[in-house]
Design a protein around this ligand. Structure first.
Ligand code: SAH
Length: 348
């Protein structure tokens, strides 16, 4: 069976033409699926009975299933979703004052091997399909709807398990569905993709002409330190990364956000802060300081409040715009990949 959630609108148009249907069928289906959230072909009343039969025989609309659900005292929802092949992925909903933010996974496991990250404890099994990407939002929307008929996911960050630029084509089609007026109609400025720095894909992304936010996981101000904590730096060192960022800023006319996790005594010193200022000079970038989420299996520690604020002060005094990321769901296995890692262990 062919899952219709796998198609962006333009791919669905091509597909309709390829099966001898009219192109407008794609928009018709998109409106049913995403605007009206109908997943029963029998209810699609403006589609001819004959084509509805065809749809029922050859197509499906399948979303991931909720395997476990945790709700934090601050309202954060953390789901472990089960995919059709039994693999499991994490999806989180955070409630900011400006909206409901979904943090989605892009792959089952991750091969980027960042030393501080729980996701990488489980190696990549495979990339997620478009239906598994968009399905994460649809499942969260179903839960929000139970709270209040008008509630929806309003913002999406691709910052869950996996490297989105290692699953580039599917992540881009996912974004196209999120952003399309007949899709989920989420504004481009409300969508953020985060990469550990796969340089060739940053160039590709710059040329897509999308207004989607780009975040770069930087986490260190020099190659020696970045090599130690982020394996990707051996392939794409900082000078190449910074060149790509500058290209993106010019080509896409957007600024990037640099994410910087503060790890105690590793990258949180005043020297690191000063080096960071130098490194990103000449970019329009903005820095998001991330308090490290301790991971039991890993030996890193969280920076003290004093060190975090000292770091922030140095950036600000040197004209770098920076903020400290708000934390959610700290009582429910909040760090990336923790919930899945815990469950897999139970199952082994
Ligand atoms: N692969 C992508 C997206 C997933 S990670 C990337 O690297 O950007 C999303 C963000 O969470 C990254 O900035 C990542 O470095 C950060 N992160 C990973 N482990 C963390 C932890 N234990 N505490 C806080 N942030 C973490």
């Amino acid at each position: 069976m062919n899952n219709l959630y796998n198609y962006s609108l333009s791919k669905l148009e091509d597909h309709m033409l390829s099966i001898g249907q009219k192109k407008y069928r794609a928009t018709q289906l998109f409106k049913w699926i995403y605007e009206k959230r109908v997943d029963d072909f029998d209810l699609m009343s403006d589609i001819s009975l004959k084509f509805r039969e065809d749809l029922k025989n050859n197509y499906c609309l399948i979303k991931p299933k909720i395997y476990t659900k945790q709700i934090s005292s601050d309202g954060t929802i953390k789901l472990l979703l089960e995919l059709e092949d039994g693999n499991k992925i994490e999806t989180v909903l955070m409630r900011y004052n400006y909206g409901n933010v979904a943090c989605v996974s892009s792959e089952v496991g991750c091969n980027m091997g960042c030393a501080f990250c729980a996701s990488g404890l489980l190696k990549k099994k495979r990339e997620l399909t478009v239906s598994e990407l968009i399905g994460q939002i649809l499942v969260l929307d179903d839960l929000l709807k139970l709270e209040d008929e008008s509630k929806r996911v309003t913002h999406v960050v691709v910052m869950g398990t996996g490297e989105p630029f290692d699953n580039y084509d599917n992540v881009l089609d996912f974004i196209r569905i999120l952003n399309h007026p007949h899709g989920l109609a989420i504004g481009a400025r409300h969508i953020t993709v985060s990469t550990c720095g796969i340089v060739p894909r940053i160039y590709d992304y710059a040329k897509e002409g999308l207004q989607i936010n780009l975040a770069i996981s930087l986490h260190a101000p020099n190659d020696a330190l970045r090599n130690r904590i982020m394996a990707i730096n051996h392939t794409y060192p900082l000078d190449e990364l910074m060149k790509a960022v500058k290209y993106y800023e010019k080509e896409a006319n957007r600024r990037v956000t640099f994410e910087y996790i503060l790890l105690k005594d590793i990258n949180d010193t005043p020297e690191c802060a000063k080096e960071l200022v130098k490194l990103i000079k000449g970019t329009l970038a903005y820095v998001n300081l991330i308090p490290f989420n301790p991971v039991k299996e890993l030996k890193f520690a969280r920076s003290s409040e004093t060190n975090v604020h000292r770091f922030l002060d140095i950036l600000m005094k040197n004209g770098v715009t920076a903020t400290i990321r708000k934390e959610f769901g700290t009582d429910i296995d909040a760090a990336c990949g923790q919930l899945r890692a815990k469950n897999e262990k139970h199952e082994l």
